[in-house]
Design a protein around this ligand. Structure first.
Ligand code: ARG
Length: 563
């Protein structure tokens, strides 16, 4: 039985409101003294022409109390206190029966959501900033899938633009082929930085770069072959990082993919008489919307970043017929997306309203800034490696005899970094502090992982279970709080999706671990005479493991059985 449904059914028998509407109105009270579910009577007061307090007062008397410990009213709210033993039995059995599927629903059935994330620029390092979009986007992607949506993960690679003309020019002048094979991105970055330094002294270099890009756009075979080589070498590097993170995409259609799809955009804008000339460029004026013009074609007729985004949006609509199209890209690009979405709307695409930019903050290290131009970036690779090494040191100290130490350190170390990115609201900046990130206490990945491993070890020691649980014996405060938290899993996934904010789910997983530790610190699981209670508690531990596993999975972190 689903308690929330039961509450809705009870109310709907007494009032004139659709049951779905009632379900939407039901709230989870912030404090246990306020019950397990609350129904606000404000809405009813309009149709019933009575004060909400009075409605609550009268209505609570009429409701059938079976299955509830009590039903009270507090001002305009009716508070429902579930019968703890029925609630616990329902919740735990549901988790265990649904297993890896627990938390899923079919609310997304028939709806396609495009989620664009990561989208690094080729020939540039994959740095610590890229993990923000990668982790947030991948987590949203997984959650959408879990809730029945058809999710399409897209990596909009930055593989087109004038910088590739510059790179080709730099290649012809300064490439060290051996270094290119050995560490492609490092060598490409070296010649790219050199190009900029030299261009400061000799501005004709810029013209050469532009000419090479023009050649590339016009399909010059040599230029194309070089570009393809840069792209392949870069992708190999990126895929290595994606493998470490367990991140996947359904499409790698990057900017270059739209090279032959931009005429349609330009024609459509011309058709709608939206294009005007400004300083030689073709732009869409947006001053009515308090935005600078959106440049569509540069003076030399070349496309730019925004043109490719317009083409990409239209292509995605045509190909996937999305219900929503999400762009997980840093907040500094917020204006760019506002402009692009507005131009789409002005061009008569009513679906422009379904395009959403999901922004996020910066990654900071004390005294270190991130910028590719000067080549002083912190590679994600290095950050992850450092995290795994440090984790291994901690394991060597705490549990030197652990089997598969390297394997475990990898999962915990990588997970700790990912967890840090997803822990706070995405608009907030991250300030990196190893001590905090790798701590086994506090709100960290290792803390959650450790709680899981601890729970797993209880289950191993419990061995095979003979006999039946009696859930009515799980009546302590700690047990009930944990059960309630486990029961709320799906709700938190839905909030995460609604706000496009994986931190909601990350914080939920922390809550599960905290509630579990409170329970385990207060109550014995295995050292019990009462078999019925013991089995009920073992089942509760088993359900906890399942929820932590499913929750971490959705934020892209793998659990370990022992640590
Ligand atoms: N490659 C771009 C960058 O690194 C991000 C691309 C964002 N996505 C988009 N559709 N514009 O800044």
């Amino acid at each position: 039985m689903d308690y929330k449904k039961k509450v809705a059914e009870l109310i709907s028998a007494e009032v004139e409101l659709e049951i779905e509407k009632i379900e939407q109105l039901i709230e989870i009270p912030p404090r246990p003294e306020m019950g397990d579910y609350a129904f606000p009577c404000f809405q009813l007061s309009k149709t019933m022409r009575k004060a909400p307090n009075m409605i609550a007062e009268e209505l609570k008397e009429k409701l059938n109390k079976e299955g509830f410990e009590k039903i009270e009213n507090l001002g305009p709210y009716i508070n429902f206190f579930a019968d703890k033993s029925i609630f616990a039995k329902n919740a735990i059995e549901k988790v265990l029966a649904e297993g890896d599927n627990y938390g899923s629903s079919n609310i997304g059935e028939g709806k396609t959501v495009c989620v664009e994330y990561s989208s690094p620029n080729i020939a540039k390092p994959f740095h610590v900033g890229h993990l923000f979009t990668t982790a947030i986007g991948h987590s949203l992607y997984k959650m959408f899938k879990k809730e029945g949506y058809n999710a399409v993960g897209i990596n909009h690679l930055g593989d087109w633009g004038t910088q590739f003309g510059k790179l080709i020019s730099a290649y012809h002048r300064w490439i060290d082929e051996e270094a290119l094979e050995e560490d492609p991105i490092k060598e490409l970055l070296r010649i790219y930085v050199k190009f900029h330094d030299e261009a400061e002294k000799d501005p004709t270099l810029e013209d050469e770069g532009r000419a090479y890009f023009k050649a590339l756009e016009d399909g010059d075979k040599d230029a194309e072959a070089l570009w393809k080589r840069f792209r392949d070498l870069s992708l190999k590097e990126f895929e290595r990082v994606y493998n470490i993170l367990g991140v996947e995409f359904d499409s790698y259609a990057g900017e270059a993919f739209y090279n032959d799809k931009m005429d349609v955009v330009v024609d459509k804008l011309k058709d709608k008489e939206l294009l005007v000339e400004s300083n030689g460029a073709q732009v869409v004026m947006l001053e009515d919307y308090n935005m600078p013009p959106c440049i569509v074609l540069k003076g030399d007729g070349a496309s730019i970043y925004a043109t490719r985004d317009l083409a990409a949006a239209m292509y995605r609509k045509k190909t996937y017929d999305f219900y929503k199209s999400i762009y997980v890209v840093g907040t500094p690009q917020a204006l760019h997306f506002k402009q692009v979405f507005k131009v789409l709307e002005l061009a008569g695409n009513e679906w422009a309203k379904d395009c959403v930019h999901v922004g996020f903050g910066l990654v900071k290290f004390a005294d270190r800034k991130l910028s590719t131009r000067k080549g002083e970036v912190i590679l994600l690779d290095d950050l992850l490696r450092e995290s795994v090494e440090k984790t291994l040191e901690i394991i060597n100290e705490k549990n030197p005899d652990l089997e598969n130490k390297e394997e475990v350190a990898k999962k915990i170390g990588v997970g700790a970094v990912v967890f840090t990115y997803l822990k706070n609201s995405r608009e907030k900046d991250i300030v990196f502090d190893w001590k905090e990130i790798l701590s086994f206490e506090g709100e960290t990945g290792p803390y959650v992982q450790y709680s899981y491993a601890r729970a797993k070890s209880i289950l191993r020691r419990a061995g095979e279970i003979k006999g039946e649980p009696n859930y009515s014996k799980l009546n302590s405060k700690e047990e009930f709080e944990l059960v309630k938290t486990l029961e709320n899993f799906n709700k938190y996934i839905l909030i995460s999706l609604d706000k496009l904010e994986p931190s909601v789910l990350t914080r939920y997983v922390i809550e599960v671990a905290k509630d579990f530790n409170k329970f385990y610190n207060a109550h014995s699981v295995l050292n019990l005479e009462d078999e019925e209670l013991k089995i009920a508690r073992i089942k509760l531990v088993e359900a906890t493991c399942q929820v932590i596993k499913n929750g971490l999975e959705l934020i892209g972190i793998e659990v370990v059985e022992k640590m």
